[in-house]
Design a binder for this molecule. Structure first.
Ligand SMILES: *Cc1c(COP(=O)(O)O)cnc(C)c1O
Length: 354
């Protein structure tokens, strides 16, 4: 049987996606060629990337609103740099909610004045700062919707007049939001959309072209838009598997459906963390992420016993990030509810035996 996979990223994908992707490696599109050996400009692949773009806009409810969809390389980490390169003329405002925000800030500092509007570093990023003000003359505001490492998630986003830029790597397609409030969304595929190797960028075209600096080709959003993500060879297989995952999500009923499942999974696990006297959650309750739950044992002496129990139950990927410790259960879209139940059963077993 397959393991219950709580890995934070690269992460679990739907079983039917693995089956279709495996088949396409042998014989794609019934052409007796592998998806790995055909031209990225061939008709069957162009159809794949077009379908992927269309699915992104449909799922996010952003059709016909001036948004462009790109599939780039270099991970979300490259977007820390590209966003600033393409948008920062004088100054930009950033909310610091964790490791990834901190890295985004570091990169943006190379391009202009940087205003950190608020930070939760004082409490090891265990909460989302609220009631901060954003200078109106900033070129844009940048935030991280879900903090993969710490397990916090933004539930509300500021109402602002300047462009809103968001790193949604670990919660894109997991919950309903008014995505039209965002001017640029980026996400490394490997958390909730597909395999590692491509990064999704959804950008409102009218925010581009406002900086005066020269931008090298590979770093220029406008050029990638013009070339429809084919300025150079796109990550063909990663785009294909992402397309399959988006198709799977669409067939299930889209974000409206998956959000309900994600809520169920999160309630089940957080319910147990709060009920079971052996465990405690690591972040402020109201800011808990429905994707990545961080928790620990009150008595560290039980860690070894707990570790043995979950490994025995075929659970994978539960160790917390090395900068936080404890445990982290990542419950991305493709993780079934019964996997969360398997984890809860183990937590209860430990309670009985402790
Ligand atoms: C994983 C992650 C990143 C880094 O993504 P890479 O694709 O590895 O560069 C950035 N931001 C968030 C929120 C992440 O979870």
């Amino acid at each position: 049987m397959k393991k219950h996979n709580f890995s934070a990223g690269p992460c679990i994908l739907p079983e039917e996606v693995f089956q279709k992707a495996a088949a396409a490696v042998r014989n794609f599109n019934n052409d007796n060629l592998s998806i790995l050996e055909i031209s990225h400009r061939s008709k069957p692949f162009v159809a794949v990337i077009e379908k992927a773009r269309k699915l992104v806009l449909e799922l996010l409810d952003l059709k016909d609103q001036g948004y462009q969809v790109l599939f780039l390389q270099g991970g979300a980490s490259s977007q820390f740099l590209l966003t600033a390169y393409n948008l920062l003329q004088k100054k930009a405002a950033y909310l610091n909610t964790g490791t990834w925000s901190t890295k985004a800030i570091q990169e943006a500092r190379l391009f202009g004045e940087l205003i950190e509007v608020a930070s939760s570093k004082d409490k090891n990023f265990t909460y989302i700062p609220k009631n901060y003000s954003i200078p109106k003359d900033s070129d844009y505001f940048h935030c991280t919707s879900n903090n993969t490492i710490y397990g916090t998630q933004m539930k509300v986003f500021p109402e602002i007049e300047i462009p809103l830029v968001c790193d949604m790597s670990s919660d894109i397609f997991s919950r309903k939001l008014d995505f039209s409030k965002f001017d640029l969304i980026y996400a490394g595929a490997q958390k909730n959309m597909g395999p590692a190797g491509t990064t999704l960028v959804v950008v409102k075209e009218d925010i581009l072209g406002k900086v005066t600096r020269e931008i090298p080709s590979m770093l220029k959003y406008q050029l990638h838009i013009e070339k429809e993500s084919m300025f150079n060879t796109p990550p063909v297989f990663a785009v294909y598997v992402s397309m399959l995952t988006l198709e799977w999500l669409q067939d299930l009923g889209g974000i409206t459906f998956i959000e309900k499942v994600n809520q169920q999974k999160a309630s089940l696990l957080y319910g147990e963390i709060d009920r079971n006297p052996l465990f405690k959650g690591l972040v402020t309750s109201e800011d808990r992420s429905i994707m990545n739950a961080t928790f620990c044992l009150n008595d560290k002496r039980l860690n070894d016993r707990f570790d043995a129990l979950w490994k025995e139950a075929d659970i994978n990927g539960l160790a917390g990030h090395r900068s936080v410790g404890g445990y982290r259960a990542s419950m991305y879209n493709a993780l079934p509810l019964y996997s969360v139940q398997a984890l809860v059963d183990v937590m209860q077993e430990l309670e009985r035996k402790a």
